[in-house]
Design a protein around this ligand. Structure first.
Ligand SMILES: [Fe+2]
Ligand SMILES: [Fe+2]
Length: 380
């Protein structure tokens, strides 16, 4: 006897109907959980003191020729389907030893570097070397040939930011290895800094109609000097302190088409007011110590740590000493398609109620759905 379900018809009829739709690889939209999808990205912090010894271990155990890039991924424990920091971005740590070369390749994902320690290494992009120092923000625009080499006498470690998950989601990922270890050097070293590093001055004879900045290296010394000069005149943003965006000097747009990149300076004792916005953000502490409150939880950070504020999570920062953040997010994309929104916390004078401290999450035996390879790949 069929059960009467009211105006929608008999339950058995409905089940039969759903089965018929399923058989042609369809679903009733009303069967899905709707549009209020929860984010998988968790607020999280990766301590540099945990990763640094592991990077040196990797350098001793994994030859760079096999790894191609000797990189440890900071994997968000909320995302079990892959190793990535947020739903759209990667945050990785890379080490390169003196004399090593990370061979040339290119990909449709864009990449950035934020140098953490060491000197004497360079990134070469389309035949131009840019030498890197701590705090430098280095761009590797999509589909440019790039390799890294270390001509110095100490290891260099940097943060790699990439938009790989975003590009993969659009099924637009391409990757190619160059036919030789290094792409030929065709430009003088650091030419882009001389051409495009003049701040508001841009060369009139260059037509650069690209989605990305032609400036390969935004030197930290200059960024810091700019931030300090601004701090003499203003308190800056109530949410970020003295905060600047790294822009494309030819257009004023974001430095990379998919990633908005920022530097912020916070004076000792500054406690910013909470806000939330779309655009999951990865923060790297260039300088200083303090804590951030993310959705009511306290995340303590020290120099060189990296943490994630997921999209639409309340966050505020408290600098215990002078602090400088580098941060990057996918807001370049979401702003350009009308998905950016922001809200300031009104209650409690703009500060969240503290509900506890961050605790590292236990590590599952094996993340579901992620293929793990024990040996680095064999290369000819
Ligand atoms: Fe790369
Ligand atoms: Fe923010």
């Amino acid at each position: 006897m069929a059960t009467d379900t009211g105006p929608g018809g008999k339950m058995e009829d409905l089940d039969l109907f759903y089965e018929q739709v399923k058989q042609v690889h369809g679903r009733g939209l009303w069967q899905t959980e709707g549009t209020a999808k929860k984010t998988a990205t968790l607020p999280y912090i990766w301590k540099y003191q945990d990763f640094r010894p592991l990077l040196f271990k990797a350098a001793a155990m994994v030859p760079i020729e096999l790894a191609e890039r000797r990189v440890l991924v900071m994997a968000n424990p909320g995302i079990t389907s892959d190793w990535q920091a947020t739903s759209t971005l990667l945050a990785n740590l890379q080490i390169i030893l003196p004399g090593e070369v990370a061979r040339s390749h290119r990909h449709s994902a864009s990449a950035l570097r934020l140098v953490i320690e060491g000197t004497g290494a360079y990134t070469a992009v389309d035949g131009e070397k840019s030498f890197m120092e701590p705090g430098d923000f280095v761009t590797t625009p999509n589909w440019t040939w790039h390799d890294h080499g270390n001509d110095g006498d100490q290891a260099m470690i940097w943060l790699d930011g990439l938009d790989v998950p975003l590009v993969q989601a659009t099924e637009a990922m391409f990757y190619e290895v160059y036919g030789a270890e290094q792409y030929p050097i065709v430009n003088p070293d650091d030419m882009s800094i001389r051409l495009y590093g003049g701040g508001a001055l841009k060369p009139t004879w260059v037509k650069h109609n690209q989605y990305f900045s032609p400036l390969l290296n935004y030197k930290f010394a200059k960024t810091y000097e700019t931030l300090k000069a601004m701090a003499e005149q203003t308190d800056g943003s109530p949410h970020d302190g003295i905060s600047v965006e790294y822009t494309n000097p030819m257009t004023g747009g974001p430095a990379l088409a998919t990633m908005s990149c920022f530097a912020s300076l916070m004076a000792p004792g500054l406690h910013t007011k909470a806000h939330r916005h779309t655009g999951g953000t990865i923060y790297h502490v260039i300088k200083g110590k303090g804590h951030s409150v993310i959705n009511g939880k306290v995340f303590r950070w020290d120099e060189k740590d990296t943490f994630v504020v997921p999209s639409w999570h309340w966050h505020e920062h408290h600098a215990e000493s002078e602090a400088v953040f580098f941060s990057y997010s996918d807001s370049a994309v979401i702003t350009s398609v009308g998905l950016y929104r922001e809200e300031a916390l009104e209650e409690n004078n703009g500060h969240q109620k503290i509900e506890g401290n961050f605790e590292p999450l236990p590590v599952p035996e094996r993340a579901a759905g992620v293929q793990q390879r024990r040996e680095p790949p064999k290369r000819d």
